[in-house]
Design a protein around this ligand. Sequence first.
Ligand SMILES: [Zn+2]
Length: 333
Amino acid sequence: MNELKGAEVFPWLAERWQHVVALHSAARLPHALIISGTQGIGKQAFARALARYLLCQSPAQGQACGSCRSCVLFDSSGHPDLFHLQPEEPGKPIRVDQVRELTGFLHSTAQQGGYRLVVLEPAEAMNVAAANALLKTLEEPGRDTVLLLVTHRLGQVMPTIRSRCQRIDCHPPQTDEAVAWLASRLELEDEKARQLLAISLGSPIRALEYMQQDLMAVRRKFLAGLADILKQQRSALEVAQQLAKEDLELLLGWLYGWLLDIVRVGTTGDESYLRHTDVRNMLVAVARRVGPQPLYALADLVHEERISLMQRQNPNRQLLLERVLLQWSALVR
Ligand SMILES: [Zn+2]
C-alpha cells in the first residue's frame, strides 16, 4: 500500500510540522534532525513529507506544491537530490559502506540546484563503524544539506550522533483521536476502529497496514473464488463455505463495483471504462460473454443482500453468499 510509503503528516504530528516549517521560514533549520518517538505513529511519513517540502520549488503555506518538477520527481521515479539510507533488509544493520555511498552523494552537486536531503531510517540500525562514518558528515554536511534521522529507539543511537542533531520528538495520538482517524480513514464504525487499534497495540499506522494487508488477502481470495466458479473448478457452494466468515458486506461491496464495471464495458465495448483495473481480465471476459440483463439482476440481488446485512436482519451468512454465488455461476452457463 503506497500510502504508507508516501509522504504524509498525520494530524497528531501537525504541531511538530508547524514547528519545523517555522524554523525553515526563519532560516533557522538545522542541518540535521533526529525524528524520534514510538513505532507506528508516522515518523517515516513525516520525514519523507519534510524532504518533499524542502525539495519543492514552490512551497506555499507550509506545504509542498505537489506539481513542480521536484514534487513530480519525488512522487514518481525518485528525486535525484534525495538519498534514502536504510538497511538492505529489515532488521539488518546499516553498514559503513552504505554511509560511504552517502558521503559520495553529498560531495556531488545538487542536480536540481536546491537542497540535498538525506532520510536515514532507522537511525539505531547503524553499526558503530557506520555511526562513526556518519559523524564526520554531521560535523561538516556541506551547504544546503539536511539530514533527517528517524528512530524509534533514541536511547540506542550513539550520544555523539544525537548531540549533533536537533530532536523532533513525536508523540502518539490520544486513543480517541486515533480511533476517530482510523474510523474515518477506513470507513469503519468507531467500535471496530477501537478494536483494531487495540489489536495493533495503539499504533494507528500499524492498524492501517494490518487492515489493508488483511483486506488485500481477502480480496485475492474472493477473486480466486469467483474465477474458479467461472472455470468450473469449484462450485458456488464450496466457495461460499470458504468465504462465509469474511466480512460479507465488504465482499458484496466489491462484487457490486465489479458488476457495474462489467456492464459498462459490455454496453460500450470500451475497456477504458473499467474502474477496477486490478481485476481487468476477469471483468472483460465476463463482459464478452454475458448480456446486461442477467448482470443487472445479479447487481440487484447483491444490493439487496448487502442492505439486509447492513440492517443486521441476522441472515444466514453462508446461504446469503450461496445465493449470490449461484447466480454468479449461472451467468456463464
Ligand atoms: Zn513542488
